[in-house]
Design a protein around this ligand. Structure first.
Ligand code: SF4
Length: 217
């Protein structure tokens, strides 16, 4: 049974999941853990000094970061984001399992995943969408009820994005799940812009368009 993060990887590139499994990479690097911890300090950081904020791995200037958290505090679920019912909550569903960073109390409970990265202009990145849907499906299975949305938090910028479980998102999740369930051997390369920032590109041996054109191929 795949994990949420394996599904997220496969949504990015199934071949990348193949390499991640081969290297058995489980533990995130310390920098990632440090950023994710910020999602558990919103109340304190909302009024933190410039000096404190400048020492943290945040992207905006301190003034802008405090403003982002003040905006976050206007959300209906602010109290729950600051004081979740569960942290690092392991959940096993029918088709996948994993750890949700927070489970917010409520009717229904809402799973949230904390990203160490930057959000896109709107919504969330597709691999994160797949992870979020996977988490919501697993919580739904465990609680025997529908979970209509999940959240993705971006504490480096003080932002939270809601991921409603639309028909289209569920279909994407199911497609990726089928891909992972039927993976045999090494999946083909995607050979596009995704390869530029892939940590396995050397091992993969992919030649991106820019490299190809540099070599006149
Ligand atoms: S370099 Fe490209 S094809 Fe190879 S694993 Fe990474 S994203 Fe996939």
């Amino acid at each position: 049974m795949p994990s949420f993060s394996e599904l997220g990887r496969a949504a990015y590139c199934p071949r990348q999941l193949y390499y991640a499994r081969k290297h058995d990479e489980q533990e995130p690097p310390p920098e990632t853990r440090e950023i994710k911890q910020l999602a558990f300090r919103y109340t304190e950081l909302k009024t933190a000094s410039d000096e404190t904020l400048s020492s943290l791995p945040i992207t905006p200037e301190p003034t802008a970061y405090r403003a982002a958290l003040r905006t976050l505090a206007t959300r209906d679920d602010w109290e729950h984001l600051c004081d979740p019912a569960e942290q690092a909550y392991f959940v096993e569903g029918k088709d996948c399992h994993g750890v949700v960073d927070k489970l917010l109390a409520g009717d229904p409970p809402i799973p949230t995943l904390v990203s160490p990265g930057q959000p896109p202009e709107t919504g969330v990145w597709e691999p994160q969408t797949v992870r979020a849907v996977a988490a919501a499906k697993a919580v739904a299975w465990e609680h025997e009820r529908e979970i209509p949305r999940a959240l993705v938090e971006y504490p480096a910028v003080g932002g939270v994005r809601t991921v409603p479980l639309t028909t289209r998102r569920i279909a994407t999740y199911r497609r990726v799940l089928r891909t992972v369930q039927s993976m045999e051997g090494v999946p083909p390369r995607v050979n596009d812009s995704r390869c530029e920032s892939c940590e396995y590109r050397t091992e993969c041996g992919v030649r991106t368009n820019s490299l190809k054109s540099l070599l006149g191929l």
